[in-house]
Design a protein around this ligand. Structure first.
Ligand code: PLP
Length: 387
């Protein structure tokens, strides 16, 4: 696997003490519910194995991934806890899924039958979760089809219904109507199952926004993702907890040069200087996840000031106008996400500049960017582990 050298100036450092604080917020809000930490997509860009291990140290022992391969990667790194594969799967993946003791989320009758066929007769029933679609319009059995699905012989022989879940599509919206209707559909499905005498150990609906806003969504398990990493997409009025972004993304000034009025920077000359200018070149580009949409829109922190990206972001380099800061030198730190002095840039800022959500900003941080981990509770947080 590709390993960037230690001297590489670009890195993402992940503060595991901040992760622990965010977990404490989850626990306080989730009350009696157990926590399944969502670590799909490389733990939203933070490094799935290291984040999962850090969460184990915080007594979290259930993890959610999107794909079978993500689950297998966690198993290969020695993680033995429960891993739920929450995304779409195809029957061709089921033997690998079983071989690695992953737990599938099944969402259609034919998948239930195909999965049951993988379980050797005589072995103890294999735990599965079923997903119902209460209004996400994505994966899930329509609630009215669930009773018939549960009649399948698979649930009397090879499979054990460990979990029932749904996913909320609009829990971060100020308008509560759709979420309340999803939760009402979920609850009435559960009521019908209870009336038939069925008890399901793990019932889950809540993502981060629902954990913060909808106590009725907590059930026996919650599935936080983005709030572990220090973000949410709720409006200010919702009284969301004070989450702490855990990732700092930095690079350095690799080169400096001066240009005169009329001279341009980068591809297609989208920035033309209107004054004598000093331009810093940063060794970071869209191949590292610094999106091209930030061309002439983004800002970075250098010398404690927020300074504009000028010209097109290139594959491996980005230019910044440092004219207004005295004394910038080659090698100076440049912060893409994080704090410098009294200034701060968050993934939410980058998201607003490129019209997306913090999730996408974090997930996009590329494999060329080494992740470094500041351990939880180390003295002054100084020790740094390389990924
Ligand atoms: C099924 C499921 N549950 C939980 C989550 C976590 O959501 P969030 O990151 O908003 O907490 C996701 C993320 O997309 C998901 O797909």
């Amino acid at each position: 696997m590709y390993q960037p050298s230690e001297s590489f100036p670009t890195s993402a450092s992940v503060d595991l003490t901040a992760l622990a604080r965010n977990v404490a917020h989850v626990r306080r809000l989730a009350a009696h519910a157990d926590v399944l930490a969502v670590v799909k997509a490389n733990a939203y860009g933070h490094g799935a194995v290291e984040i999962t291990r850090a969460l184990q140290q915080l007594a979290i022992h259930r993890f959610g991934v999107a794909t079978v391969d993500e689950g297998i990667a966690l198993r290969h790194s020695g993680i033995q806890d429960a891993i739920l594969v929450m995304g779409a799967t195809v029957p061709a993946q089921f033997s690998e899924l079983v071989a690695h003791r992953l737990t599938p989320v099944l969402y259609r009758a034919d998948l239930v039958a195909a999965f049951a066929a993988q379980i050797p007769s005589g072995s103890s029933p294999y735990p599965v979760h079923l997903k119902i679609d209460t209004g996400m319009g994505r994966l899930g059995v329509p609630p009215q089809d669930l009773p018939e699905l549960l009649e399948q012989s698979a649930f009397r022989t090879g499979l054990r219904l460990e979990g029932l879940m749904t996913h909320l599509s609009d829990a971060d919206n100020d308008e509560a109507e759709h979420t309340e209707s999803q939760l009402a559909r979920f609850q009435s499905t559960l009521d019908r199952l209870h009336q038939r005498g069925l008890t399901i150990p793990l019932v889950h609906a809540a993502n981060s926004a629902a954990i913060i806003r909808y106590p009725a969504s907590l059930y026996s398990l919650v599935r936080p993702g983005i709030m572990l990493y220090g973000y949410h997409t709720l409006s200010r009025e919702t009284g969301a907890p004070d989450l702490q972004p855990i990732l700092t993304w930095k690079t350095c000034v690799a080169h400096l040069h001066r240009i005169q009025p009329g001279e341009s920077v980068s591809y297609n000359r989208t920035f033309i200087a209107s004054r004598p200018s000093r331009i810093a070149v940063l060794p970071i580009g869209y191949a590292d996840g610094y999106n091209r949409a930030l061309s002439n829109r983004g800002s970075v922190l250098i010398g404690g000031r927020r300074l504009p990206v000028v010209g097109r972001v290139c594959m491996d380099m980005t230019m910044v106008d440092v004219t207004d800061v005295q004394g910038v030198r080659v090698g100076d730190e440049a912060i893409l996400i994080g704090r410098q002095g009294t200034e701060r840039i968050t993934a939410a800022d980058l998201a607003s500049w490129q019209q997306t959500i913090p999730y996408e900003i974090l997930c996009a941080i590329g494999t060329r960017v080494p992740r470094r981990y500041v351990p939880h509770a180390s003295p002054a947080g100084t020790a740094v582990q390389e990924s």
